[in-house]
Ligand binder design. Structure first.
Ligand code: ATR
Length: 278
């Protein structure tokens, strides 16, 4: 059977998802297509109808539809429900089930590169409190790490993430300045904001003067591949984790849900990097 897969969002013409899923299909020897269903807000009901008529097996959802898609979904998995956002939809005999694979994909990518990093003694700092940070925060809460603090420009937004945790002692909300001064307390620092995303920018969300060289610094921005923050961390002797790894592993999870195939995708991290470098 040939799988009918795709992506909805706007704009998506430069999306790497068709390339990534084609690699997966090739590796798994699975026949199928992954098409882009582009449409602005006004076109969403029409695009949804197109997917239903096409009897799509599954699709990804990206900006700006991750929340609004919930109106069209029949069932939500616990992560999607808690986050109020869906990035993967599976069609089970006409019933659309919504998932959020970003946070779990991030954790998978981290475990793949640093297998012994995450345990009940790990201390993690998240920079940012937007949609991406929410998914990652929830996934780390599920990992039972010792501590997961949040530093954000807006304190109110950071406080909003705390509803996702049960143990009140696991997280402290910090200002970006407080985070800067206590960076040496963390095993892992994750940058989740758009700061650093512009081409040729040297902007970084915090200074790394207090970084301990054993700390891993991760940036979910994948264009540029190595942000100013990651370059700085590397120069200070820290290990780094790139955003494109998360992109690959959230896709791996979606592919698993659609096809039931659990693929080893480690070798594609470098290929994706080459693709991004153009
Ligand atoms: P996403 O869904 O991709 O995470 P978002 O929901 O728009 O994007 O969240 C953006 C995040 O980047 C927020 O944490 C935002 O901080 P505020 O909550 O204070 O707005 C952060 N952000 C964006 N630009 C920033 C900047 N110049 N300096 C610091 N934080 C910034």
């Amino acid at each position: 059977m040939a799988y009918k897969l795709g992506l909805i969002g706007h704009p998506i013409e430069h999306s790497l998802s068709p390339w990534i899923h084609q690699q997966f299909m090739d590796v798994a020897n699975i026949d199928g297509e992954y098409k882009l269903y582009e449409g602005d807000h006004a076109k969403l009901p029409e695009v949804i109808q197109q997917l239903r008529d096409h009897r799509i097996d599954g699709f990804n959802v990206t900006v700006p539809y991750k929340q609004v898609i919930i109106d069209y979904i029949d069932e939500l998995d616990p992560a999607a429900k808690a986050l109020g956002a869906v990035n993967t939809v599976v069609n089970q005999n006409g019933t659309w089930k919504g998932y959020s694979t970003d946070g779990e994909g991030y954790v998978r990518s981290m475990k793949e590169q640093f297998p012994s990093l995450l345990n009940e003694a790990s201390s993690v700092l998240i920079l940012g409190a937007g949609g991406a940070a929410r998914g990652i925060y929830r996934a780390f809460i599920q990992q039972n790490v010792k501590r997961i603090d949040i530093a954000n420009r807006s304190e109110q937004r950071a406080n909003g993430l705390l509803e996702l945790r049960q143990d009140p002692t696991v997280s402290t909300v910090l200002t970006l300045q407080q985070a800067e001064s206590q960076l040496n307390e963390y095993d892992l620092i994750i940058q989740t904001t758009s700061v650093g995303m512009k081409p040729n920018t040297d902007e970084q969300i915090i200074r790394l003067d207090h970084l301990h060289p054993d700390t891993i610094v991760s940036d979910i921005v994948y264009q540029p591949i190595t942000t100013a923050l990651l370059k700085d961390a590397k120069q200070r002797g820290a290990k780094i984790h790139h955003g494109h790894a998360m992109l690959l592993y959230q896709a791996q999870l979606a592919f698993e849900k659609w096809t039931g195939t659990n693929l080893d995708v480690g070798h594609l991290v470098d290929e994706l990097e080459r693709k991004l470098r153009g």
